[in-house]
Design a protein around this ligand. Structure first.
Ligand code: GLY
Length: 259
């Protein structure tokens, strides 16, 4: 029995034109990205996941970043009203698959939301107020869940989860220079510096933490918390302003089995 299902989509032919503000955005190597994606899929399988591949979308540059298209809530799935016109078509394609897991809903305009801004924790959902996600979306999301929904201003970078991710057991990994962290003080922190910021995006499965390769002091800190870092080569996705969590939509076993 798999612990979870992960929806993923390989980078398509237009991936090198993904939206990005990274200085190396014009040097994305698709073949290398495809190899790195294979490594990512293997890691998900190693930690007990069943990986479901979404149909390729060669004409949509950012379609490999499936996390942004939807948010899993307790009893439904929220299809994200994405702000970027070039990404909106991605949502339909993810929805076609998600409908088999849960009822799907969306939000009315002018709400805009990217899944990368939604950090779910056991007691509360933290939502980035960012370049992509607005207050209308956060207010509407709050009506769809019994958890507290707490806005967090993103002051630098793309999404909330570019700056912080939840590792379980009240532990965050966080670059506090990128967010207003005043609503995140109740957690323990593994703090990363600005130069290590890319390592703030990790994906935890029980005691295993998928993290980008090349941050040895951060992997040491993760180990010091009794967790096991699993390092992944992510260079081509980093150039495309994408990170570890962006590459999958994780459906826990309970939700996957419920329909
Ligand atoms: N390249 C990821 C995004 O901008 O949405």
């Amino acid at each position: 029995m798999h612990a979870f299902t992960a929806l993923v989509r390989k980078p398509g032919l237009k991936f090198p034109q993904a939206l990005s503000e990274h200085p190396q955005k014009n040097n994305i190597d698709l073949a290398h990205a495809l190899r790195q994606h294979e490594g990512y899929v293997k890691a998900l399988q190693e930690v007990g996941g069943k990986v479901e591949h979404l149909p390729p979308k060669d004409h949509l540059p950012d379609a490999t970043f499936v996390e942004d298209t939807a948010v899993l809530l307790e009893d439904k799935i929220l299809l994200c009203p994405m702000k970027e016109p070039s990404r909106q078509e991605e949502v339909e394609s993810t929805a076609a698959v998600l409908k088999k897991y849960r009822d799907c809903v969306t939000l009315d305009s002018p709400a805009t939301l990217d899944g990368g801004d939604v950090m779910n924790t056991p007691d509360a959902i933290f939502v980035g107020l960012s370049k992509r996600t607005n207050l209308r979306a956060i207010q509407a999301l709050a009506k769809l869940t019994s958890k507290r929904v707490i806005p967090v201003a993103v002051t630098k970078g793309l999404h909330l989860k570019s700056a912080t991710t939840f590792l379980g057991n009240d532990l965050l990994i966080i670059d506090p220079s990128r967010v207003d962290s005043s609503n995140l003080k109740q957690f323990d922190w593994i703090e990363v510096t600005e130069s290590e910021s890319y390592a703030a995006n990790c994906l935890a499965f029980e005691d295993v933490v998928l993290m980008p390769a090349g941050f040895s002091s951060i992997s040491d800190k993760i180990r010091a918390h009794g967790l096991k870092p699993l390092e992944l080569e992510m260079s081509e996705f980093e150039k495309a302003d994408g990170s570890i969590t962006c590459l999958s939509l994780i459906i826990p076993r309970r939700a996957a089995a419920s329909r």
